[in-house]
Design a protein around this ligand. Structure first.
Ligand code: TRP
Length: 791
């Protein structure tokens, strides 16, 4: 059943086999891990050391405490779910990670054995528990073949890759003990060990009220407290420390924002931790807290999105009364692709399904925190209700991958304006959210069937998935993600932060500068001839001759924009164009959209985000529903073209033309060729630009030196869209493709071109040739300013 490398030891018991990883952790590892954790800030200790023999016994007792509802809730779901799970998952080997005593697994084993012989592979680092569990199960399940793996998850995973078909179970909400980033990494490693058709069963605790959660992690009998304290007792036993255990207080705290229980050891009086093996001493102050474990709580939709993006499809789930959730996923994409999905590339060489799946996963992650009302309501006349976006994403996919587009040459495909009621979305009756979600799934299933279809007779070619149509559908969804974020940013009453967004502070080392770079006179090649990823309006590549000019190295910052405001920027007629002045009179704008006068109100301070003393006090902003201090060095955002134009005039410059922008961003004078991105042709990575919704705000000027263009301009791509002086029009030789409504009907002196992409733009659409356009008065876009100046 299991074929571990030859070096693994084989310890046979009565009627079962246990394979033991010969690589055992060095005795020093514990001490080193403690030292590393205490050197860190905040201090923490690695939770896996909680589980020695004493700890594992205590943990078993936790699971039967009245406050610890998790184990009972999961058991109930398994009791009713085992049969349907088995029916969905088929007859594969049941593999369990972190099997412990295997008590919770019995419901599954009952179902697995009901129809005849079955196989079970428990995986656990604790050999004693593992062997004991195997022996007990042997007696109770005579039809069951049992082979244990005594190894860490990491080490076991490659061995498990060869077991197929299988269902890999990860129960007890252990996924929540890994941290958000690690969730993805862990699930990706599971994905790598699963073949298409294999299954992944996860049991996780769900987000709920703090009181119930905190009680579960601080039971009245004090068992959880003893569990935490045992970590320190273990250090005393194994590392020779002398920690006064009566001064270790167990604290369980639910962080509502991060949706996780944090478990700490708090020092009731000062202690010292002396590690003789390393000859190091750590002082712990009275009241200081050392983090020993986190237990993340999940939202079903977010979890499903996270796993599905890795090439899985949910096939069954049960969240009971909302306490705890069980989810069964089927692996659908090839493991080889996992973890190697580039932000963009030739979809003919990539799995189209993986591209589509990744994009859909993010869409679902974006809407996961939103309720029915949030999805249905149209909060601004400018934007659709988010539910419309969702339905339209499905319609568009059906249009291009299931109907005309995919079967024909794409050219003659009739485009049904009713499927994209851009002008009619306010009069549409929206179906219930559940129906829209179902529709999204149904269309996707049909697309998967179609793209994954095997030839039904030898020699019959596969129905090709035209790469440009895959990329059209993928990019279309990406762009809707950004408009959905624009709509959410207008909801000043709704604090919004999806789970995948990095809460981390701005990258350090940012040094804003105010200079500009010289772009010498000369021709360059604008646009592209790429027919796979580029849109019709980016084609064809054509030579453009430009005079010398200077372009600001960085986008205009809040600091600079405030100087413009203080200098009467919104009052001085001479700074504004006629149209701009009219807009100003009508809108009565006094600052960028979402700015509010004064500092954050004291009552709102706890919700707010502050950058400390450096933030200006005259204004703050509401960023995705949270009062937020203005970072003086961050690019100004949410200005319209008129404001950008007035600012540029005030600063002694002007807005660049679109061609100037593209030359400064993409032209590599040394090579005499255009780069795909300012930094080169390599795909985007987080250090190069603030893209892909990693942060939901711009990062300070100077934060992405690694993303500079050949001429030295920074943050050309990402952070904020940049208004240009150019009306949206076709390039010389422009041809509509695949339909007029994508670009052509917008040409003329109506829309201004925006370039570069924002923090909310997916990396797969952020290329140096990409063109965005909007009315000059629009401020909902994540748009800012960069000025051109005389050479
Ligand atoms: N997987 C369990 C959970 O997150 C682990 C756990 C329960 C735990 N109680 C604990 C870990 C107390 C540390 C301390 O619920």
């Amino acid at each position: 059943m299991v074929a571990p490398p030859a070096a693994w030891k084989r310890a046979s018991g009565a009627g079962f086999v246990v394979h033991v990883d010969p690589v055992q952790e060095s005795p020093l590892a514990f001490a080193l891990s403690v030292a590393a954790g205490l050197d860190g800030r905040p201090r923490r200790l690695d939770a896996r050391f909680l589980y020695d023999a004493v700890g594992s016994d205590l943990f078993d007792r936790i699971t039967v405490q009245p406050e610890y509802y998790l184990t009972r809730a999961e058991d109930q779901l398994l009791a009713s779910g085992a049969r349907p799970i088995r029916a969905c998952a088929g007859f594969g080997t049941l593999v369990e990670l972190g099997s412990g005593t295997s008590t919770k697994t019995r419901r599954l084993l009952d179902a697995w054995c009901a129809a005849g012989p079955a196989a079970y592979v428990p995986v656990d680092v604790d050999l004693q528990f593992l062997t004991q569990a195997c022996a007990t199960l042997r007696a109770d399940y005579p039809m069951l073949a049992i082979e244990g793996l005594g190894a860490s998850y990491d080490r076991a995973m490659p061995v498990l890759a060869d077991v197929s078909p299988k269902t890999l179970a990860f129960l007890g909400s252990s996924l929540g003990n890994l941290g958000w980033r690690a969730h993805t990494e862990f699930c990706a490693s599971v994905a790598g060990a699963l073949a298409p058709g294999d299954h992944f069963l996860i049991g996780v605790d769900l987000v709920k009220d703090a009181a119930r959660l905190e009680a579960a992690y601080d039971d009245a009998a004090g068992v959880t407290a003893a569990f935490t304290r045992n970590l320190f007792a273990r250090m005393n036993r194994e590392l020779g420390t002398d920690i006064p255990l009566d001064a270790v207080r167990h604290v369980a705290y639910y962080d509502v924002e991060r949706e996780r229980v944090e478990i700490f050891a708090e020092a009731l009086r000062p202690w010292e931790i002396h590690l003789p093996a390393l000859d190091r001493t750590f002082r712990v102050a009275r009241g200081e807290r050392i983090l020993t474990e986190v237990s993340h709580k999940f939202r079903p939709e977010a979890l499903v999105a996270l796993v599905e993006r890795l090439g899985f499809r949910r096939v069954w789930s049960d969240v009971g009364d909302g306490t705890f959730g069980l989810f069964l996923f089927r692996r659908i994409a090839t493991p080889a692709l996992v973890g190697r999905l580039p932000a963009q590339g030739d979809p003919a060489l990539l799995a189209p399904l993986a591209l589509l799946g990744e994009m859909r996963a993010r869409t679902l992650e974006l809407v996961a925190p939103l309720g029915e009302a949030d999805l249905r309501q149209q909060h601004s006349r400018l934007m659709s209700p988010l539910l419309w976006d969702l339905g339209h994403i499905a319609e568009f996919e059906e249009q291009w991958l299931l109907r005309d587009g995919a079967s024909g040459d794409g050219e003659g495909a009739l485009y049904d304006p009713l499927a994209t009621p851009r002008a009619r979305r306010d009069v549409l009756a929206l179906p219930p959210t559940a129906a829209v979600r179902r529709r999204m799934r149904e269309v996707r299933h049909a697309v998967e069937e179609k793209l994954a279809a095997r030839p039904c007779a030898p020699g019959m070619p596969l129905a090709p998935a035209p790469p440009h149509l895959i990329s059209l559908v993928v990019q279309h969804e990406a762009q809707h993600q950004e408009t959905m974020l624009q709509a959410l940013a207008l909801r000043v009453d709704l604090p919004y932060r999806p789970a995948f967004v990095t809460a981390s502070p701005a990258p350090t080392g940012a040094r804003p500068c105010t200079d500009s770079v010289l772009i010498p006179a000369g021709p360059f090649l604008m646009g592209t001839n790429d027919r796979t990823w580029a849109y019709d309006n980016e084609r064809p590549a054509h030579e453009v001759q430009l005079a010398a000019f200077r372009l600001d190295r960085e986008p205009v910052t809040n600091r600079a924009y405030l100087a413009f405001m203080r200098d009467g920027g919104y009052r001085r007629r001479e700074l504004w164009s006629d149209e701009g002045w009219r807009w100003l009179q009508e809108s009565e704008a006094q600052a960028p959209q979402h700015w509010r006068p004064g500092p954050i109100a004291p009552a709102e301070r706890s919700r707010g985000i502050s950058y400390g003393a450096t933030a200006p006090a005259e204004w703050h902003a509401v960023v995705f529903g949270r009062p937020t201090a203005l970072h003086p060095d961050a690019p100004v955002v949410h200005v319209c073209w008129y404001e950008a134009d007035a600012y540029a005039r005030w600063s002694g410059g002007r807005l660049p033309t679109e061609a100037e922008w593209e030359k400064a961003a993409a032209w590599d004078p040394a090579r005499g060729a255009a780069r795909r991105h300012p930094w080169g042709d390599d795909p985007w990575s987080p250090g190069r630009a603030n893209l892909d919704q990693q942060h939901l705000e711009p990062m300070p000027a100077g934060a992405f030196a690694a993303g500079a263009s050949a001429y030295g301009c920074q943050q050309m791509v990402g952070d904020v869209w940049e208004w240009t002086d150019t009306w949206f029009n076709g390039y010389p030789g422009y041809e509509s493709f695949p339909y007029k409504e994508y670009s052509e009907i917008f040409f003329g002196q109506t829309y201004r071109v925006l370039r570069g992409g924002s923090f909310a733009t997916r990396a797969s659409v952020a290329r140096a040739t990409f063109r965005n356009w909007d009315y000059p008065q629009r401020r909902q876009i994540f748009a800012g300013i960069r000025c051109a100046r005389p050479a």
